[in-house]
Design a protein around this ligand. Structure first.
Ligand code: C2E
Ligand code: MG
Ligand code: MG
Ligand code: MG
Length: 281
């Protein structure tokens, strides 16, 4: 009896795994098709200078609206694209698109920085740097307006290679930020050797800021560490005025979050910029 029950639960387990694999394969095929059909797009989330409220740039974030109209979150499809290798051409498309958008904004008179997320798999492509250089050159954007965001866990996963890679990116005139800082395990000696411009304080610490507890301490430690290393700090996921005030008090220079603006398609971002500049005189 027990044996049969065990076998029964085992088959349902196998069935579940099978369904999960099938779902993932289906989703990957859908993603491939969406990419081929040009159904992926970028949205831009303004980055704000906390002291003045001025918009100094934006982070480009990838979006996918599936055929049935539902939005598939990047947390679901980026990992899939990474595992399948699709992230290499997809990531290149993101870089090209974001560079062009930044160049277009500059032509319209907005001198802004564009932050672009880059996955570890993209660095494995031996022609990554050549493609990056070509994308920047073809767009006509000034290189220092482009910032690559690399997560702390990726940066610290292969620190030797990353130190070299960041040097090469910096040599091209681009900037580098470490994303989701505080969630990985940074070696301070490696961090010191890494040629980066900014640390992004992870949203999980920012969301703790209007509650008493360890979150505020970690955000403060990250700020202090960054400043000691001569880096700028960017807080992600600011949702309340209290969080913004706490970050300003820590000397955190920049921030992004729903308090200021949600990520928006390019046309909406442009309208937002015009209204925002107008509102501030
Ligand atoms: P991330 O780079 O840390 O991006 C920040 C995420 O926080 C974004 O989620 C953004 O929409 C969200 N966010 C911004 N402000 C707030 C806020 O005030 N409150 C809350 N709750 N969330 C906020 P999103 O767009 O879903 O992206 C998730 C992750 O997917 C990104 O995390 C990034 O790791 C990855 N991703 C997105 N686009 C790309 C891309 O083009 N390439 C690569 N490699 N990864 C990407
Ligand atoms: Mg990011
Ligand atoms: Mg982040
Ligand atoms: Mg994050």
């Amino acid at each position: 009896q027990a044996k049969r029950a065990e076998r029964g639960s085992l088959t349902s387990y196998t069935r579940r795994i099978g369904e999960e694999i099938r779902d993932r394969v289906n989703l990957l095929n859908e993603l491939r098709k969406a990419f081929a059909d040009d159904h992926l797009f970028l949205v831009y989330q303004p980055q704000i200078e906390l002291a003045s409220g001025r918009c100094v740039g934006a982070e480009a974030l990838l979006r996918w609206r599936a055929a049935d109209g539902r939005m598939v979150p990047p947390d679901r499809f980026i990992a899939l694209a990474e595992r399948s290798g699709l992230i290499t051409p997809l990531g290149e498309w993101v870089i090209r698109h974001a560079c062009r958008q930044a160049a277009e904004m500059a032509e319209l008179g907005f001198d802004l920085r564009m932050a672009i997320n880059v996955s570890s798999i993209q660095f494995r492509d031996p022609s990554f740097l050549d493609k990056l250089r070509a994308a920047v050159a073809d767009s006509g954007v000034r290189p220092h307006c482009i910032e690559l965001e690399i997560t702390e866990s990726v940066a610290m996963g292969e620190p030797g290679r990353m130190i070299e890679l960041f040097d090469q990116i910096k040599a091209m005139g681009l900037e580098v930020a470490i994303d989701d800082f505080g969630t990985g395990f940074s070696s301070l000696s490696y961090l010191q050797q890494m040629h980066v411009d900014r640390l992004k304080i992870d949203r999980s610490f920012v969301s703790e800021l209007d509650r008493p507890g360890k979150g505020a301490e970690i955000a403060e430690l990250v700020c202090g560490l960054g400043h000691r290393l001569g880096l700028e700090l960017v807080a992600e996921g600011i949702e309340t005025e209290a969080q913004a005030a706490a970050l300003r008090a820590m000397g955190c220079e920049l921030g992004q979050g729903w308090l200021y603006a949600k990520p928006m398609p390019a046309a909406e971002w442009l309208a937002w910029l015009r209204a925002h500049a107008g509102a501030r005189g």
